[in-house]
Design a binder for this molecule. Structure first.
Ligand SMILES: CC(=O)SCCNC(=O)CCNC(=O)[C@H](O)C(C)(C)COP(=O)(O)OP(=O)(O)OC[C@H]1O[C@@H](n2cnc3c(N)ncnc32)[C@H](O)[C@@H]1OP(=O)(O)O
Ligand SMILES: N[C@@H](CCO)C(=O)O
Length: 367
C-alpha cells in the first residue's frame, strides 16, 4: 500500500512500464503524488484533483510549509473537507514535479531528454488509473481540474466512466481549439529555437531558459486580460527606467508591464524544465475528448458521471463559449457556472473560492 500518512507531502509511486498513445514506451514510470485526508473503508471518498500546465501536486498546504495552488478549496473544513474526503493529486507523466519526465534518467543513466515520448492527455489518465489502483481506489467520488487539469478530468470521465462518479471541468472545453494550438506552437518554437536547446539534450550544459522565458511571456499574456494590464500597468515606466529616450548598452528602459512579464518568465524558468514545458504544452494541444470516438456528444454518450462545468467570464484563451458547448454536449446538459473576475484565465487559480457554493451544493455537501 502506498504511503498517505501526511497531508500535502510529495511521495513517489512506481506504476511500471507505460505504452503511449502515439507509440512511445517507457520501461518504468514513477508518478509524484500528494494526498490529504484518509481513504475510508469502502474507498468511496476519494477525490482526484488535476493540475494545470505548470502546476505541481501541491494543491493545498496540508502538513507542509508551502502554500498550495488551491488552498481555499482543500483542507479541514474547506469546500473539499479533508476531514471527510481523501484528496489525491498526481504530477502528469512528462512533468517535472516528481513524475518521470524528460529530465529523469533513462536505463542508460543519461536523462531521457530528446528521447522522451510524446505524452497525450489520454496517456496521463491511463497512468493515473494505475496510481488509483495502487491506492486502492476503484471509483473516484469526483475528478476535477482547471485548464489542462480540466482536460485531464474530462478525459477521465470519457476513458473511465465507471471510475468517475463526478467530474468538474473548469476553464476548459472539449478540445484544444485552433487558436489555443497556435499560441502553443509559438511557445514550443521559442524553446526549440533557443541556442541552448540542443534538440532537447541540454542537461549537461546551459538550460534553454531564454526560450522558456519567452514561452511563458506568450502564455502569461493569454492567462491575464487587457483591462487588468491597463489598470495595473498602463503606460507606466518600471521604476526609474526610461522606456524611450535613453538607450544604453543594455537596451532601453522597460515599461512596467515588460518588467512584470520578465518577472513571470524568470520565475517559471527557475522552477520548470523546458522539455517538460514542451511535453505538457503538446499534451494540451492533443486534448480532444472526441478523438477516435465520433462527435463530442457521441464520445460522452455513455458517460453517466455527474458533471459540473465552469468558466472564467473574462477568459480570452479558454472562452466561456467553449465551456457552454461542452456543457450542451453532455448526456445531461448542465449550466455553466461563471467565475467572475476581470483578470482572465488565471481566475480559475486566483478566484476558485467562487465555486464554493456550486461544489458544496452538488459534489461535496456540507455536514
Ligand atoms: C513551486 C510550485 O509548486 S508552483 C506550482 C503551483 N502553481 C501553479 O499551479 C500555477 C502557476 N502560478 C501562476 O500561474 C500564478 O502564480 C498565479 C496565477 C497563481 C498568481 O497570480 P497572481 O496572484 O494574480 O499574481 P500576479 O500575476 O499578480 O503576479 C505577482 C508577481 O508579479 C510581481 N510583479 C508585479 N508587478 C511587477 C513589475 N512591475 N515588475 C516585476 N514584477 C512585478 C509581483 O512582485 C509578484 O511576484 P511574486 O509572484 O514573485 O511574489
Ligand atoms: N497559470 C497557470 C495557467 C495554465 O492554464 C499555469 O501556469 O499552470
Amino acid at each position: 500500500m502506498l504511503n498517505t500518512a501526511a497531508d500535502g507531502i510529495l511521495r513517489h509511486a512506481s506504476i511500471g512500464a507505460l505504452e503511449f498513445e502515439t507509440g512511445g514506451y517507457l520501461p518504468e514510470v514513477v508518478l509524484g503524488y500528494e494526498t490529504w485526508g484518509t481513504l475510508n473503508e469502502d474507498a468511496s471518498n476519494a477525490v482526484l484533483i488535476q493540475h494545470a500546465l505548470t502546476g505541481s501536486t501541491h494543491v493545498a498546504r496540508g502538513d507542509s510549509d508551502e502554500p498550495g495552488w488551491w488552498d481555499p478549496l482543500v483542507g479541514p473544513g474547506a469546500t473539499i473537507d479533508t476531514d471527510k474526503y481523501f484528496v489525491v493529486a498526481a504530477n502528469m507523466v512528462g512533468g517535472c514535479y516528481g513524475s518521470t519526465g524528460p529530465a529523469s534518467p533513462a536505463p542508460d543513466g543519461r536523462p531521457w531528454g530528446s528521447r522522451f515520448p510524446m505524452v497525450t492527455i489520454r496517456d496521463s489518465v491511463h497512468a493515473e488509473a494505475r496510481l488509483a489502483d495502487l491506492l486502492g481506489i476503484r471509483r473516484w467520488h469526483a475528478v476535477l481540474g482547471g485548464s489542462m487539469g480540466g482536460a485531464r478530468a474530462l478525459e477521465w470521465a470519457a476513458t473511465y466512466p465507471e471510475r468517475t462518479a463526478r467530474c468538474a471541468v473548469i476553464a476548459c472545453g472539449a478540445a484544444s481549439t485552433a487558436e489555443q494550438i497556435a499560441f502553443a506552437q509559438a511557445q514550443v518554437l521559442a524553446i526549440r529555437l533557443d541556442p541552448n536547446f540542443n534538440g532537447g539534450d541540454y542537461y549537461e550544459g546551459q538550460a534553454p531558459v531564454d526560450g522558456l522565458g519567452i514561452a511563458r511571456r506568450i502564455a502569461h499574456i493569454n492567462y491575464r486580460s487587457e483591462p487588468e494590464f491597463e489598470y495595473r500597468f498602463g503606460r507606466n515606466a518600471q521604476g526609474t527606467e526610461q522606456p524611450f529616450g535613453s538607450v544604453t548598452a543594455a537596451g532601453r528602459g522597460r515599461y512596467a508591464v515588460e518588467s512584470y512579464l520578465d518577472h513571470q518568465a524568470t520565475k517559471l524558468a527557475g522552477r520548470f524544465d523546458a522539455n517538460s514545458y514542451i511535453h505538457m504544452t503538446e499534451a494540451l494541444m492533443s486534448h480532444d475528448v472526441a478523438r477516435g470516438r465520433g462527435s463530442v456528444a457521441e464520445a460522452l454518450a455513455g458517460v453517466d458521471s455527474e458533471f459540473l462545468v465552469a468558466a472564467v467570464d473574462s477568459d480570452r484563451l479558454y472562452f466561456p463559449e467553449q465551456s457552454r458547448q461542452l456543457a450542451a454536449a453532455l448526456p445531461n446538459p448542465v449550466k455553466v457556472h461563471m467565475i467572475q473576475v476581470p483578470t482572465g484565465h488565471d481566475g480559475f487559480l486566483t478566484d476558485i473560492h467562487q465555486l464554493h457554493d456550486e461544489l458544496s451544493a452538488s459534489f461535496f455537501p456540507r455536514g
